[in-house]
Design a protein around this ligand. Sequence first.
Ligand code: NBP
Length: 479
Amino acid sequence: RSANIGVVGLAVMGSNLARNLASREGNTVAVYNRTYARTEELLTEHPEAGFIASETIDDFVATLAKPRTAIIMVQAGKGTDAVIEQLAERFEPGDIIVDGGNANFNDTIRRERELRERGLNFVGTGISGGEEGALNGPSIMPGGSAEAWETLGPILKSIAAVAEGEPCVTHVGTDGAGHFVKMVHNGIEYADMQLIAEAYDLLRRVGGLSVEQLVDVFKDWNSGDLESYLIEITAEVLAKKDAETGSPLVDVILDEAGSKGTGVWTVQNALGLGIPVSGIGEAVFARAVSSKPAQRGAVRSTVTSRPKAPEVPDTFVDDVRAALYASKVVAYAQGFDLIVAGAKEYGWDIDLGALAKIWRAGCIIRARFLNRIVDAYATKPDLETLLVDPYFADAVSSGEDAWRRVVGIAAASGVPAPGFSSALAYFDSLAADRLPAALIQGQRDFFGAHTYKRVDKDGTFHTLWSDDRSEIATTPSTH
Ligand code: NBP
């Protein structure tokens, strides 16, 4: 008996992915884990899967039919490098090594190049959906060569989530493209979660809603434009009572948010590429602020009075919903801008509409909203920003007054809403006739002779600030 696909790494993600593969018609799955006890556990618990298990990597490789195809699901970083090397030493030209872990796309670019030089196919693939997704259908974002996609595509299609009849997997682009978009996916997830958290906080602390009422609000929102996995689980988390105290669980969870790094990577790369992903940035920073108990305690004890919450309009719940929606549009617009910039920088041909399609199911940011993004790019593939797509432009402008009211109320009541307010500032920056960047250019010219351009003629100019303050042209006008 031989296997058409193998899985290396049988912790929670790998064993669930292996079970998912085994449950699909036509797949025979080989499995291997460094520590054999884990393999035995999987075999005992899931005899129905018909796994071909191996105790050694040599035996594992020997059970794979050619071209050999193995998916690695081990800890990102050194563990992944170690397993890649073990497989590469045993694989032959044309075989395919897939890394389904949360690799940094720069590592994926390097690994792909090194393995290509050895005649092997390497496919770094983003897999989203957590444990549940791995088992029942994740959203899958593979990079790598078109040749590898030919073999791997049908296998991945067989296990992916399905949205409106289509499997949530597409060949995103070459080498690191898959892991790059998975990184941005996670960044958008951070922004989305932060915005939902701000909506909750404002409605509770300023709007005076109880946690029980908030459960209903989020359930209601989940039946409209905001319908999404994250809104749905928000209602579930809020509805959960702590068994020990009887309080809502959210009130006994320590308010310090952790992270595993993909949000930070997204922002670091955006900074390098000059893309303002302020929504994702604020979300990463908000988690960082929350995790500074000493600073928070010090400031809390210094601040003697907090603003009194202002009166809120009767429409406050709807206002917050509109602010959330508009801010979410901004966060996604920024995330897609980053993907466009990454594609240009690294030479990937990424179909943004196809990407929005594969995020409609299986992954953490799955949402009804993504259909609108699919439509936007179908109408205009080279859209300057999602904000100018007619549907989104209308959604933002119809919620604009409410968005401004909410940001104003948040500031007046001392409830932090960095996601809502920075999204509004970003929108206002893009919409402004003139920006104070003109003054910044003047300052830069003053202290560093960095020059400036003029609105009324071509060329580059400098004012002789430390001389007679006359203006000189530093490059000849093109006229
Ligand atoms: P972990 O990230 O906890 O990794 C545990 C696995 O890595 C075990 O199989 C372990 O083998 C293996 N491993 C390690 Br650690 N070092 C190794 C080495 N040097 N050589 C061989 N194997 C090694 O597992 P996970 O949570 O299932 O995640 C797997 C991958 O999927 C990660 O890259 C993760 O970032 C990614 N991911 C996770 C999620 C999620 O929701 N958890 C979602 C999406 C993606 P052992 O049993 O012998 O120790």
